[in-house]
Design a protein around this ligand. Structure first.
Ligand SMILES: Cc1cc2nc3c(=O)[nH]c(=O)nc-3n(C[C@H](O)[C@H](O)[C@H](O)COP(=O)(O)OP(=O)(O)OC[C@H]3O[C@@H](n4cnc5c(N)ncnc54)[C@H](O)[C@@H]3O)c2cc1C
Ligand SMILES: *[C@@H]1O[C@H](CO)[C@@H](O)[C@H](O)[C@H]1NC(C)=O
Ligand SMILES: *[C@@H]1O[C@H](CO)[C@@H](O)[C@H](O)[C@H]1NC(C)=O
Length: 503
């Protein structure tokens, strides 16, 4: 699917298309079911509908059948039952930050269950946290810390929703220390395709619990999670070592990063390579950056083996923060999402998960940096590449047994995210933007053996992948088990979207 072309079609047809495409009887039956249940709903044509239909990624524009705003688990169940009665697809929306607008269904005509009214967060006496899925990550972090100095691992952007994030992974710089967000789940309340509310945990509906930890959107709407929490570390050292160098030097720096990542980085070290280009010349900018959770002395011991293998940085920035301040610095904004309104972007991104057993060869590293050096400065997109360390010695992400959850990338060492936006973050997305990112991706894969078993991080949803590609890259050999659990819980699933299990 060429999504830039897709956008153009939808931009001109707008929401009128849906009204004519949906049979009158379905429209009438859906509306009367939702109205009878007194659910707060934006129908097409109502005053809130246009803004409630906007995706975070403005490369996409979809027209839902309606958007409901439940206030309770029961409301969610009723909404799903209404959609089921007219056989309309349903998608939940938590923070709306899906890369492919799957929180709007990823196509026209879904019933959207927007969870934004379900924002309870509670730290229990056993230090677990009960979190409704309408919450955003920043508000969760604030509330946990203000309830006895607690913390959880998750991504850095405060506006991302916990519902989507926890369903596909949930990676932050603290994940090597504590794991992914989905690894913290102890139980979940889930509304199934037939409108039944069930609990999923290791002792109740354990197969469903397995499936929602990696592929939640296909199995139901999680209304609430109970998570493990941790004492927030008092000392959080944010560090950046920056270079602007030739592609050849950047390759050797990256190579040292990969070696260190695999063999020496302790789990208290969150680390990434942040890669870009200056606006002119055949140069590459690369920064080795991250957070160390611990003392200055232990940080020096941890980072020195890496520093010994790379040139003297052109600039260095190291500063120690308390927990909430460190999250604000990483997120680049305040954590309270009521105060800071949500943004948007117009972008395409791809993930490449480099496996621990077969890391990148020198030839593939060189090919990637040559591509960046040659093409990066002249791209009409605004782009970045982040190569996040997921695995390595002692990483809590890789420590979870491979088959313990549906998340299938436990052997991932480094997760590349190749991300290109339109230059002003608004539509249209440049017509050569997809090719720019795709060629960056193949600059690596084309230099690796043809049977290289790389993966992709499902949270960095790539709607251009074919069915066989996303099934294999996101879910690997867990896909067959996901299909069989899906048949049990959702034989005629209403949770249909472009990359749903079994679709
Ligand atoms: C700016 C930005 C920064 C990001 N940073 C990170 C990061 O640091 N680390 C990281 O790991 N990821 C990161 N991501 C990716 C992010 O984890 C995913 O996009 C995630 O799916 C977003 O969740 P959401 O609830 O905001 O999205 P939504 O669009 O609301 O949902 C995403 C998907 O999950 C489904 N879903 C939502 N709620 C539920 C629910 N309660 N039950 C079942 N299914 C549900 C939706 O139907 C949709 O298919 C980032 C994304 C963006 C846009
Ligand atoms: C965010 O700010 C609002 C308005 O001041 C406040 O009501 C709310 O409790 C704050 N949220 C969190 C999670 O602290
Ligand atoms: C809904 O589906 C679940 C799981 O398949 C099943 O246990 C339950 O009985 C079903 N509920 C109804 C009302 O059919």
């Amino acid at each position: 699917m060429k999504c830039s072309a897709f956008f153009a079609v939808h931009a001109t047809l707008g929401s009128l298309q849906l009204a004519s495409a949906m049979p009158h009887q379905v429209r009438a039956d859906l509306d009367s079911c939702l109205n009878a249940a007194r659910l707060s709903t934006d129908f097409p044509g109502s005053s809130g509908y246009a803004s409630a239909s906007l995706a975070f990624n403005r490369r996409f524009h979809y027209s839902p059948a309606a958007i409901v705003f439940p206030a309770s688990d029961n409301d969610v169940a009723v909404a799903v039952t209404c959609a089921n009665s007219v056989n309309l697809p349903v998608s939940a929306r938590s923070g709306g930050h899906s890369y492919a607008a799957f929180g709007l269904g990823g196509h026209d005509g879904s019933l959207i269950v927007d969870l934004s009214k379900m924002k309870t967060i509670k730290v229990n006496s056993d230090q677990t946290a009960t979190v409704q899925t309408g919450n955003r990550l920043g508000d969760i972090a604030l509330t946990l810390f203000n309830s006895g100095g607690r913390a959880m691992p998750h991504g850095t952007c405060p506006e991302v929703g916990v519902g989507g994030h926890s369903g596909c992974g949930g990676f932050g710089l603290d994940s090597r220390l504590w794991g992914l967000l989905l690894d913290q789940a102890l139980s979940a309340k889930v509304v199934l395709s037939n409108g039944t509310l069930v609990t999923a945990s290791s002792s109740e509906n354990s197969d469903l619990f397995w499936a929602i930890r990696g592929a939640a959107p296909s199995f139901g709407i999680v209304t609430e999670y109970r998570y493990k929490t941790y004492p927030a570390p008092p000392s959080n050292i944010i560090f950046t070592y920056s270079y602007t160098v030739s592609p050849t030097t950047a390759s050797s720096i990256f190579s040292a990063y990969q070696d260190f990542a695999k063999a020496s980085a302790p789990p208290t070290l969150g680390l990434q390579a942040s890669i870009g280009t200056p606006k002119s010349g055949n140069k590459v900018s690369i920064a080795l950056t991250g957070v160390f959770y611990g003392s200055k002395a232990d940080f020096n011991t941890a980072i020195n083996p890496l520093l010994a293998k790379v040139p003297q940085p052109q600039s260095t920035n190291i500063k120690t923060y308390g927990w909430l301040d460190s999250l604000q610095v990483l997120g680049g904004q305040g954590l309270n999402t009521t105060i800071i309104p949500d943004g948007s972007d117009t972008f395409f991104a791809k993930s490449l998960m480099v496996p621990q057993e077969t890391p990148m060869t020198q030839a593939s590293i060189k090919s990637f940096f040559d591509y960046i050096g040659n093409q990066g400065a002249s791209s009409d997109t605004s782009w970045f590449v982040l190569a996040d360390l997921f695995g390595g010695q002692g990483s809590a992400v890789s420590a979870v047994p491979k088959d313990a959850t549906a998340y299938a990338q436990r052997n991932g060492l480094i997760n590349f995210q190749m991300y290109a936006s339109s230059s002003n973050n608004a539509p249209p997305f440049p017509s050569d933007g997809l090719a720019f990112v795709n060629n960056m991706f193949t600059s690596i894969t084309s230099k690796m053996p043809s049977d290289w078993k790389y993966g992709a991080y499902a949270c960095y949803t790539d709607p251009t992948l074919s069915a066989s590609e996303w099934q294999k890259r996101y879910y690997g050999d867990h896909y067959a088990r996901l299909v069989s659990i899906h048949q049990k819980y959702a034989p005629n699933s209403v949770f249909r979207y472009p990359q749903a299990i079994g679709s």
